[in-house]
Design a protein around this ligand. Structure first.
Ligand SMILES: *Cc1c(COP(=O)(O)O)cnc(C)c1O
Length: 350
């Protein structure tokens, strides 16, 4: 059997032969001692890309977000973010566990909120309430169907946060996708925020790694918390080399993934009994994430559809009883997307 068409996540991409060669060739040292030239090169490159003075390489996007939260806050502080944000949904309660922070959850279509929502959530200063300390924006927004935040909205939110003495963090795990889709440079998005994180392990072929950027003072604090959280790595240049290769070679092609996601969404929407998730149907497929729902009339649920598709060589995820998520990425071609649509059509009909 040929290998499956894996649409479960964009984390499934594997290093290409050329990326592996770059990893093999990378000069290495002990990064905890500050000796790995490839990690230093990646950190400098990433900082320049997002227009910040300094950056730190970390094992995962979760760690990037959590060391950012730890470095920006004190125990008892409150973080303002969307209820569908990654830091709330997929990071095992880490803001509470690791930083002693409460979260104030905002709502809004496609995983986004407005400056007015933030203004209403900031607490008055005093000895009673938690201190509102940090706003987190996720761009693109994963559970919001890969939605791209309008730059003006980011500007308004960050300006308000700063005016009221809060900091602003950008969870840019897929900021490259937001940038390619909108034409807004990553550094323009990042300029509004005190810190920004990105994931090399999302859709770009790199096996491991994220980076976090901000002021030199902030990154000095981050390095301490990275060590505390167990993220100090030694000859990690072998991983940083993959990230450098990904930045140089696999960003501009993300436009193809976005085209493929639109094609996938269109194909799926044409299948009787399936429909794009309503907010995504209204907002459109902007990047590489597609959510679709099974009509109540279909006599099986999302888990059953996942199983049927698996036997046809197409892998997707059920994120709710009747909701499916599918992502496009480096390791999925246009013709595989066409095959996947045919597979879904047959699986629903069978
Ligand atoms: C994937 C992701 C992360 C980080 O996840 P890890 O699996 O820890 O690398 C952070 N934020 C968003 C929005 C993500 O999609």
């Amino acid at each position: 059997m040929t290998s499956p068409i894996d649409l479960r996540s964009d984390t499934v991409t594997r290093p290409t032969p050329a990326m592996r060669e770059a990893m093999m060739a990378a000069p290495l040292g002990d990064d905890v001692l500050g000796d790995d030239p490839t990690v230093a090169a990646l950190e400098a490159k990433f900082a320049a890309w997002v227009g910040k003075p300094a950056a730190c390489f970390v094992p995962t996007g979760t760690m990037a977000n959590q060391v950012a939260i730890r470095a920006h806050t004190e125990h008892g502080d409150e973080i303002i973010c969307h209820e569908d944000s990654h830091i709330v949904q997929y990071e095992t309660g880490a803001p509470a566990a690791l930083s002693g922070c409460m979260v104030r959850l905002l709502r809004g279509p496609r995983g986004q909120f407005t400056a007015a929502d933030v203004a209403a959530a900031i607490r008055p200063q005093g000895i009673h309430g938690p201190a509102s300390k940090l706003v987190v924006v996720e761009n693109t927004q994963n559970r919001g169907g890969g939605s791209v935040w309008p730059l003006d909205r980011c500007r308004e939110i960050a300006a308000l946060a700063h005016e009221r003495g809060l900091r602003a963090h950008l969870d840019g795990a897929r900021l490259w996708n937001a940038s390619v889709a909108s034409g807004v440079p990553m550094s323009t998005f990042a300029a509004e925020f005190d810190s920004v994180s990105c994931c090399f392990s999302k859709g770009l072929g790199a096996p491991v790694g994220s980076a976090l950027a901000g002021s030199a003072e902030f990154i000095a604090r981050v390095r301490r918390f990275r060590k505390m959280f167990g993220g100090g790595m030694r000859q990690s240049g072998v991983l940083a080399a993959a990230a450098i290769y990904a930045m140089d070679n696999h960003i501009s092609r993300l436009a193809q993934d976005h085209e493929n996601a639109k094609l996938l969404a269109k194909g799926i929407a044409s299948i009787p009994g399936l429909a794009l998730e309503p907010e995504q149907a209204a907002g459109g497929v902007e990047t590489n994430i597609v959510y679709f729902d099974l009509a109540p009339s279909l006599p099986f649920d999302g888990a059953a559809l996942v199983a049927r598709l698996k036997s046809r060589g197409v892998l997707v995820l059920a994120t709710a009883p009747r909701r499916i998520r599918a992502l496009t990425h480096l390791d999925v071609t246009r013709s595989q997307v066409e095959e996947a649509i045919a597979g879904v059509r047959a699986a629903v009909a069978s």
